[in-house]
Design a protein around this ligand. Structure first.
Ligand code: ATP
Ligand code: MG
Length: 564
């Protein structure tokens, strides 16, 4: 192979089958050694994590081999498409960290596609069929039985040309006629049985307005657009395998030179505990099951971003699951692992107490405070420190105290010692309870000689707990997000998806105690709440009510549950 733009690190990794194809094509000098890809979303909804898989390979291949990747909106159906989606798709791609060379729209090619359809009619390779959609479907046959010819199949070319014009004049009803390619009603590939290539849709289009009343079908647009643009490797998901011969057939009719774009198919992303189909996602928004397309439980890029997932975690994920020719379901735990891996390196460690109870250090002077230093991130020695306040009264997690604790309880219980993270070792002395027996205060004594950073006192304590000083801490809302579905494979479940929802996918906690450092945090900032999980500041935050979203817990609690 001649030069390429891979760094040595990357070239050591084994190639996926798409990279292998591209490298082979380059070594043979195919397409004048050009690599050109495209990402072709239909602007009919928000992008989800499945689309990110396509984006990473479309843009990734272009980057890796010094090629180009264009963004092409597949806007051939004015019924479902909107400008709002065009904007959000661009925004999401940029967020993922990719830049397209050009933005194209399939609708830009409507004139060429029209001319090509006329050419096919003139060559006797397309005809106007006036049958209803039901009649056409009935004649299609089955994979083992040939179809039947339409009674309109051999109508004169002149007639078809005239009617095709008429289809676009806006005088005919939708569904009254279609243009079909004349290929082979007995073909073993069902897509070759005189596929419909144009249909009447009398709706304004988001770009071409009311100029057209007839629109090309996906199969009649996609490959030709690839050809018009000079795409070399047209990557898509496996369900398009049976469409590939038709893709090639149309381009064969169209091409005037040796250049041919080629379609290659890879496995779709599917996750456990997740539904990706746009139909279901839309229903969840419209029925107010979720708060919107950016609900942090949504598998949309909007939702994931708001939840605290990073573009890097998405790329780590795609790298791990790879691109193959076999469909399968990936464990959502892999994605959770990827975000933990990324945030572990980046997120500042802070203290937050989600279910607070007061801890009083009875031998610590009243009114005294000390500034302690907390390391921002032990995984990153350049991350620095921030100040935390220590005082006589602190908040700790309610379940970090137990009055009658079993032997292996390494937290606060009368007579045992724990370390307060970044501060002192304390010895629990007891608690106060209300009339119902609920613990309202916990008591402990500290040892001034055990301040963090002091030479080891030789004392070993088994547990370390986090805490927040009552001095300067503030109350905040915490939204604990969890998986949206209770069952592992909601896509394969016979029950309606509404019956499969996890009732605990969101728990809202109020009055959580945050260390004062968090006051300055901005929307989107990410933190590790020590011992709890990774959290980010939500856009619903206001000056007097900050809201934190749980991105992911520190450990995978689901795999434990499954093992029970
Ligand atoms: P959905 O119905 O789930 O929204 P779609 O295929 O209708 O998906 P498009 O906008 O047509 O959405 O897809 C744009 C690109 O993203 C296509 O190349 C498609 O193959 C790819 N894509 C869509 N879903 C997935 C997925 N789950 N995994 C990988 N690629 C996907
Ligand atoms: Mg689609």
């Amino acid at each position: 192979m001649s030069e390429n733009n891979m760094n040595p690190e990357e070239s050591k990794k084994s190639l996926n089958f798409i990279e292998a194809i591209v490298e082979n094509d380059l070594s043979e000098g195919k397409n004048d050694s050009r690599v050109q890809t495209r990402f072709p979303p239909e602007p009919n909804g928000y992008l989800h994590i499945g689309h990110a898989k396509a984006i990473c390979i479309d843009f990734g291949i272009a980057q890796q081999y010094g090629g180009t990747c264009n963004l092409r909106f597949d806007d051939t159906n004015p019924v479902k498409e909107e400008v709002e989606y065009v904007d959000s798709i661009m925004d999401d791609i940029k967020w993922l960290g990719y830049n397209w060379e050009n933005v194209y729209y399939a609708s830009d090619y409507f004139p060429q596609l029209w001319d090509f359809a006329v050419q096919l009619i003139k060559e006797g390779k397309a005809y106007i069929d006036e049958q209803s959609a039901e009649e056409i479907a009935k004649q299609k046959g089955t994979p083992t039985q040939p179809g039947q010819n339409s009674p309109y199949r051999d109508r004169p070319i002149g007639e078809s040309l005239e009617l095709f014009q008429k289809m676009n004049e806006g005088v005919l009803e939708e569904g009254s006629m279609v243009l079909r390619a004349k290929i082979d009603m007995a073909a073993s590939n069902m897509h070759f049985r005189d596929p419909i290539i144009y249909r009447i849709i009398k709706r304004p289009h988001h770009r071409t307005g009311t100029k057209w009343n007839t629109y090309p079908m996906y199969d009649f647009a996609h490959g030709q657009c690839d050809y018009f643009e000079g795409v070399t490797h047209s990557l898509c998901t496996l369900e398009f395998v049976p469409h590939r011969p038709l893709y090639d057939w149309f381009i064969e009719q169209l091409a005037t030179d040796d250049y041919r774009p080629h379609q290659y198919e890879f496995n779709k992303l599917q996750f456990t505990y997740t539904l990706l189909s746009k139909r279901n996602l839309r229903a969840m928004v419209e029925e107010n099951i979720l708060t919107g397309w950016d609900d942090p439980r949504m598998p949309t890029l909007r939702g994931l971003r708001r939840r605290g997932y990073t573009p890097e975690s998405i790329r780590i994920l795609m790298d791990k699951i790879g691109y193959t020719k076999y469909d399968g379901v990936n464990d959502i735990g892999l994605f959770e692992y990827a975000i933990r891996e990324d945030l572990n390196k980046k997120a500042t460690r802070v203290s937050a107490v989600l279910d607070p109870v007061k801890l009083v250090i009875t031998n610590y002077p009243e009114g005294k405070t000390e500034i302690m230093s907390a390391q921002n991130n032990p995984e990153d020695e350049n991350s620095g420190n921030h100040d935390i306040v220590f005082s006589r009264e602190l908040y700790i997690e309610r379940d970090d105290f137990m009055e009658d604790a079993p032997k292996k309880y390494f937290r606060l219980t009368p007579g045992r010692e724990v370390r307060l993270k970044n501060a002192y070792i304390v010895n629990c002395t007891g608690c106060k309870k209300d009339a119902e027996g609920n613990v309202v205060e916990v008591y402990a004594e500290y040892d001034p000689m055990t301040k963090s950073g002091m030479p080891e006192s030789g004392r070993k304590v088994k547990g370390t707990i986090h805490w927040v000083s009552t001095e300067g801490c503030f109350d905040a809302e915490v939204r604990l997000y969890d998986r949206l579905f209770m069952v592992e494979n909601p896509a394969d479940d016979e029950r309606d998806f509404r019956e499969l929802l996890n009732p605990d996918s969101l728990k809202v906690l109020k009055g959580c105690k945050m260390e004062s450092y968090l006051k300055e945090a901005k929307v989107g900032d990410k933190f590790q709440f020590q011992r709890i999980g990774y959290f980010c500041v939500d856009q619903d935050s206001t000056d007097d009510n900050m809201v934190f979203n749980r991105t992911v817990s520190l450990k995978d609690s689901w795999s434990k549950e499954k093992g029970k």
